[in-house]
Ligand binder design. Structure first.
Ligand code: PEP
Ligand code: MN
Length: 360
């Protein structure tokens, strides 16, 4: 449930409500909205729900108590109606602009990373990606350069000014990854690794959580809920394709997830057409598709010589292909940006006014 405080509620009244919630063995999470404070009551409430609701309703400064209809609470739009905007160095994710996260699948050498970092920065990327700890299907495949790659990412960030994102695979890697890079990525294979989600929730870095290839949208949001409940509100979601019966593509990109997630949650949503398709010639049309359905960002793999790449060689774009993608992508984003609102609020189709204005 949420406790909606009156606009006129005092600090003491807000504290009073929170200590009451704590005394009940529940956890209060407050969200300072545009004009009032809303406090989510999270925990196992059981049969005392009605009684607790009426007791909270009677406390000074409380306007109403609203039940939360979704299993995810802190990540739900019901609790937090405004979009979450994640800011990291000069990148702003979720403000209506299009974040472009680009860089190699794996950091393979200092030169390889710096070459691609400078190129993608020059062509409009706003975040630099590069894998250091790689989750590979085979134990005999390249596993990443580890800490050496983190050092290269830090240097590339210093040279270009781009914030960096890299995958963290285990709770004990969280601190070192947070020391060298700006955004922690939790990969599809680890979406429900709860100790990792909790560890990422305790660090002062934004986290991008990728959808597991067998995970529903609700499971993705419940996983994000772990990170937010552990104390980190700066979560970005990533749709990177799910496994279906189709084999021509590596995964099936679920583009409907983007407007659905925007309806269900306040968190920004990024689309990764590289891992979704596994084929470089499909990356451009699906990146454009992601922008068209309102994604807050696109993550795309770029390598100076993709054919020589140590991982995901078939899906990485070369520099010229990335430049070409950006030329197509940015105008699409500009064009569709004004058309998006929440369809359930503003009407049955894209292109309808008021909600679009309030969203961006
Ligand atoms: C990646 O982005 O490097 C990656 C391994 O992606 P995913 O977890 O989506 O497979
Ligand atoms: Mn990859």
């Amino acid at each position: 449930m949420f406790v909606v405080m009156a606009r006129t509620a005092t600090e003491a009244e807000i504290l009073g409500v929170k200590s009451h919630i704590l005394a009940e063995g529940m956890t209060p999470y407050d969200h300072v909205g545009a004009d009032r404070i809303v406090i989510a009551v999270v925990g196992e409430v059981g049969p005392r729900r009605q009684e607790l609701m009426s007791r909270l309703a009677g406390l000074p400064g409380v306007e109403t108590i609203t039940p939360i209809s979704r299993p995810f609470k802190l990540t739900s739009r019901e609790f937090h109606t405004e979009d979450t905007i994640v800011r990291v160095l000069d990148a702003v994710i979720g403000d209506g602009g299009l974040t472009v996260m680009a860089g190699p699948c794996s950091v393979e050498s200092r030169d390889q990373l710096l070459e691609t970092a400078a190129f993608v920065k020059g062509h409009g990327a706003t975040v630099l990606r590069g894998g250091a700890f790689k989750p590979r299907t085979s134990p005999y495949s390249f596993q990443g350069l580890g800490v050496e790659a983190l050092r290269h990412l830090a240097e590339a960030s210093q040279l270009t000014g781009l914030p960096t994102i890299t995958e963290v695979m285990e709770p004990n890697q969280v601190d070192i990854v947070a020391e060298y890079t700006d955004i922690l990525q939790i990969g599809a294979r680890n979406m429900q690794n709860y100790s990792l989600l909790n560890a990422a929730g305790r660090v002062a870095r934004p986290v991008m959580l990728k959808r597991g290839f067998g995970a529903t949208i609700e499971e993705l949001l419940m996983a994000a809920e772990y990170i937010v409940a552990a104390g980190n509100p700066n979560v970005i979601l990533c749709e990177r394709g799910i496994r279906t019966f189709e084999t021509y593509t590596r995964n099936t990109l679920d583009l409907a997830a983007v407007p659905l997630l925007h309806h269900l949650t306040h968190l920004p949503v990024v689309v990764d057409p590289s891992h979704a398709t596994g084929k470089r010639w499909l990356v451009k049309p699906l990146a454009i598709g992601g922008a068209a359905v309102g994604a807050d960002g696109i993550m795309v793999e770029v390598h100076p010589r993709p054919d020589e790449a140590l991982s995901d060689a078939e899906q990485q774009l070369d520099h010229a292909q990335f430049a070409d993608l950006m030329t197509a992508l940015l105008p699409v984003h500009e064009h569709v940006r004004s058309l998006h609102g929440d369809p359930l609020v503003t009407g049955p189709a894209l292109g309808i006014g008021a909600g679009a204005l309030s969203k961006h």
